[in-house]
Design a binder for this molecule. Structure first.
Ligand code: BDR
Ligand code: CA
Length: 320
């Protein structure tokens, strides 16, 4: 039996790998991707997603969502990701997104799936929050929402307190955690930093695979590797592909717990901080937070995927 899902993405670096996982994992029935403002320029994100379809030689409908956070100006992560694809480009003639807005598509796809749709949200939560605002029952129509965001009583990345996705649109994140979804959280720290970083040894093994998918991976992860090493992270980070993996291969989760998750929207100092309360403060749980994974199993899952042979219809070129 396949797992119906939509990936809501700000496509750059590991978002590309996450989309590949949705396209190429046999258990996945990826019905669409929806684009949200986040990592890099919105139109660049769209190109990155089309290049991901190209390397997989597989496409699903792409719906464009919010180009801005709910109430704040956009904050970019271009200092981390560059263009999000390591300078790759291609001829985009003939590639175009659907005309329906992402929020309407999410609402429609949830209804059509009759309670079976899963969403993996790997960017700021603007589109998901707008869908809740448009139709509050949306939360109960979605089977499972996997959210990449926040840190579990640990450091942020864009500030000491906040992880990027929640920092960009904290109001949206708050709406989503209050909406009544069944949520699983893949946090930045400590989980991603401890268990989903690929060091140079792993990256060399990936380079040696030498398939179009492996070469694409190396390219899209290149800018982030340079940034990560400059801030003391020993490799590339994979929270977004991990978020897809835990939905499709839940056996990769080795420890999780129920938490109450709430998002800071009032303070500038701690904007987007996720307060993850682990059950001793008398707060009702609203999310399952993943605390530990089978890191070797996750690495094998991605390396096996990158070993698949695909025939990209368009040639990639490196932007000058
Ligand atoms: C998150 O922000 C982005 O830079 C990554 O794609 C990931 O979704 C990590 O903070
Ligand atoms: Ca992302």
């Amino acid at each position: 039996m396949t797992i119906p899902l939509v990936i809501d993405t700000d496509t750059a670096q590991d978002d590309c790998v996450a989309i590949l996982a949705g396209l190429l994992t046999p258990e996945a029935d990826l019905r669409a991707i929806t684009m949200v403002a986040g990592n890099v320029g919105f139109d660049r994100q769209v190109k990155n997603a089309f290049m991901t379809f190209n390397v997989a030689d597989k496409q699903v409908p792409m719906y464009l969502g919010s180009r801005l956070p709910l109430v704040r100006p956009w904050a970019s992560a271009e200092n981390v990701h560059g263009d999000g694809a390591g300078g790759l480009d291609m001829d985009f003639t003939g590639y175009s997104p659907e005309t329906e807005h992402a929020v309407d598509a999410l609402l429609r796809l949830a209804e059509e799936a009759e309670g079976e749709l899963n969403i993996v949200a790997i960017g700021p939560l603007t589109n998901i929050a707008l869908a809740v605002r448009k139709r509050p029952e949306f939360a109960s129509q979605v089977k499972h929402l996997v959210v990449m965001g926040g840190s579990n009583n640990a450091r942020g990345n864009i500030t000491a307190a906040a992880e990027f996705n929640f920092y960009v649109d904290p109001e949206a994140a708050k709406i989503v955690f209050d909406a009544g979804f069944r949520i699983t959280v893949v946090p930045w720290a400590p989980l991603t930093l401890q268990q989903a970083v690929f060091g140079r040894d792993v990256l060399e093994r990936i380079a040696a695979i030498d398939t179009p998918l492996a070469r694409f991976f190396t390219s899209v992860c290149s800018a982030t590797l340079a940034f990560d090493e400059s801030v003391g992270i020993p490799g590339t980070t994979h929270p977004d592909s991990l978020s897809v993996a835990v939905l499709l291969r839940p056996e990769l989760i080795t420890r999780s717990a129920e938490y109450n998750v709430d998002i800071e929207t009032g303070s500038e100092l701690t904007r987007g901080y996720a307060a993850m309360s682990w059950g001793v403060h008398g707060l009702a749980p609203n999310a399952t937070v993943i605390e530990e994974i089978d890191a070797a199993g996750f690495q094998k899952y991605l390396l096996d995927m990158l070993s698949l042979s695909t025939t990209p219809p368009r040639e990639f070129r490196t932007a000058g």
